[in-house]
Design a protein around this ligand. Structure first.
Ligand SMILES: [Zn+2]
Length: 269
């Protein structure tokens, strides 16, 4: 059994923790936490404990959070946050994942961050500010490996567009869950026999199932470039389908033609 603590940082009304338009950090953290938990529940032998107030009404003191995690003997503590730089709109952007600073650094924390962080970068499609160290309470006072994710800047005119889009928050939550699943070697819950043996009937589509993460990453990169061209009909929904495994082979081939047609391959030498 793997025991995972999830902590959506702060509370709804925590002073200062908001975007320049008064959107609350907790609401972003909470959505990502909910999506992460939903995904974690698809794996076998996992127990999840949420140590913030899931209603957002109280900002549970950090000591209470880490005490609960320690008493419960969690295997990992994952704290979910969103960043702010100046509190005023700017072009700064990107994802950071923190582990405890030396000398109390736990090598397992860094390994877990290494599994989670790159997935958040891909999920959010913004720049990678790297894995960092800091002497934060939840990292220092938790007796188990601990990470703290900053899934984008609330005061970034770039990142806020993603943070206002549930597709991205879902992808981020699932990225955190999948990174933890990889580190702890979690196995998906058994699919009922009927579904396992199901092959597409005539006229139904085969699903696009790349066998390597590198191909998935490249497909995501192409989709993002097409989205950014803004010539429709390529929307983040396609990326969600890819991440959910519901993109079909025909979709994938079609995307390749769109990419060629729009000149995405013209620089290849
Ligand atoms: Zn925060």
């Amino acid at each position: 059994m793997v025991k995972i603590v999830i902590d959506a940082g702060h509370g709804f009304n925590t002073p200062g923790k908001r975007s320049p338009d008064d959107e609350r950090e907790w609401t972003f953290n909470n959505k990502v936490a909910q999506y992460a938990i939903a995904k974690l529940e698809t794996y076998k032998d996992v127990e999840i404990l949420r140590v913030d107030d899931p209603s957002g009404k109280t900002d549970v003191p950090l000591n209470t959070r880490t005490n609960r995690a320690n008493k419960w003997k969690a295997d990992v503590y994952a704290s979910i946050h969103h960043n702010a730089l100046t509190g005023k709109w700017g072009k700064h952007s990107g994802i950071e994942t923190y582990t405890m600073d030396k000398p109390k650094a736990n090598p397992k924390s860094i390994e877990i961050a290494g599994a989670v962080h790159p997935r958040i970068v891909v999920a959010m499609g913004v720049s990678d500010r790297g894995m960092k160290r800091a002497n934060f309470h939840v990292l220092r006072e938790s007796a188990m490996p601990a990470i703290l994710t900053e899934g984008g800047f609330m005061d970034s005119t770039i990142d806020i567009l993603k943070l206002r889009d549930n597709h991205y928050l879902k992808s981020q939550g699932e990225a955190i869950a999948e990174g933890l699943a990889e580190y702890f070697k979690l196995e998906p819950k058994t699919i009922p026999e009927d579904n396992q043996t199901q092959t597409p009937a005539e006229g139904e589509e085969n699903l696009y199932k790349p066998t390597s993460q590198a191909i998935v990453n490249s497909t995501i990169a192409v989709l993002q470039q097409l989205e950014n061209m803004g010539e429709g009909p390529i929307s983040p929904l396609w990326r969600e389908k890819l991440l959910n495994g519901t993109l079909t082979d025909s979709d994938a081939i079609g995307l390749l033609y769109v990419a060629i047609d729009r000149g995405l391959l013209k620089d290849v030498t």
